[in-house]
Design a binder for this molecule. Structure first.
Ligand code: SF4
Length: 255
């Protein structure tokens, strides 16, 4: 059988002391239920990814190894759109950005701006709650070498499209990377060519939401300093500002 395991890294899997994935618990609290519309835990529509997961179940039986559900508040006014599950992160823990390098900066920043109950995301049963925030991925399954194929992004777009029906006017959509940006626009029925991706770019969408872009908080982007903590924080500060301004408008109308 062809070995489809990801390339082994030269460095240990988890270099930060606080990042260690524990065996998942039986509960899925805070994760979207497998309703078959926004999320389907049994989905195998992408043959390459289904095969990759089947192999992963053999090689890493302690890992979650299935499509990863969106995490957080179903009514959230901040929705973060990432790329795909990471092999040793979301694919291991069963929760987006939990247990991998990208999640370290993301959850620390979410906590800093009041969108998470704690700054560290260790495992699916670590008690972390998102506050007025949800995290979803453009591709729910882990792709080999973190690179989904265009057809896989397109196939998984049906779930993101269903999720967009939960977005209210004024919801702030924060795309991590250009793949998330384009997948989200497609899910909303908008042409990606009309909304150019750029770090900290802000787009008032005709569907009533605001889209803010950020470079992805991946290990590569943070280690090369393409994305610094300050750049990332500025994006979340803007998201917080927009959400608070919307809240003030609603309060003013009610007084
Ligand atoms: S990536 Fe999405 S569409 Fe493809 S198999 Fe996984 S859940 Fe299904």
């Amino acid at each position: 059988m062809q070995n489809i395991a990801p390339k082994k890294r030269a460095t240990p899997r988890r270099t930060l002391a606080q990042v260690s994935v524990r065996k998942p618990s039986a509960t899925f609290e805070g994760l979207w239920p497998s309703d078959g519309e926004i999320f389907d835990r049994t989905c195998t529509l992408c043959p390459r990814l289904a095969k990759f997961l089947a192999q992963a179940r053999i090689e890493e039986p302690e890992y979650y190894n299935a499509p990863v559900a969106p995490f957080g508040d179903p009514q959230a006014r901040l929705v973060i759109i990432g790329l795909a599950a990471g092999f040793h992160g979301a694919n291991a823990s069963g929760r987006p950005f939990t247990g991998d390098h990208a999640g370290v900066l993301l959850y620390r920043t979410l906590h800093q701006y009041g969108f998470a109950s704690q700054p560290v995301s260790i495992a699916r049963d670590d008690g972390l709650r998102l506050i007025d925030c949800r995290i979803t991925n453009s591709v729910k399954c882990v792709p080999p070498e973190n690179k989904p194929l265009p057809v896989e992004i397109q196939t998984c777009n049906r779930y993101l499209k269903a999720e967009t029906r939960t977005f209210k006017p004024g919801t702030v959509l924060l795309a991590l990377g250009s793949i998330g940006h384009n997948a989200l626009l497609r899910a909303l029925g908008l042409k990606p060519t009309l909304f150019k991706f750029g770090h900290a770019a802000e787009h008032a969408l005709p569907t009533g939401q605001v889209l803010i872009d950020s470079y992805h908080c991946s290990r590569y982007n943070t280690q090369t300093r393409r994305l610094t903590a300050a750049m990332f924080e500025a994006v979340f500060a803007r998201a917080r500002e927009l959400i608070d301004a919307g809240e003030r408008r609603i309060a003013d109308r009610g007084s």
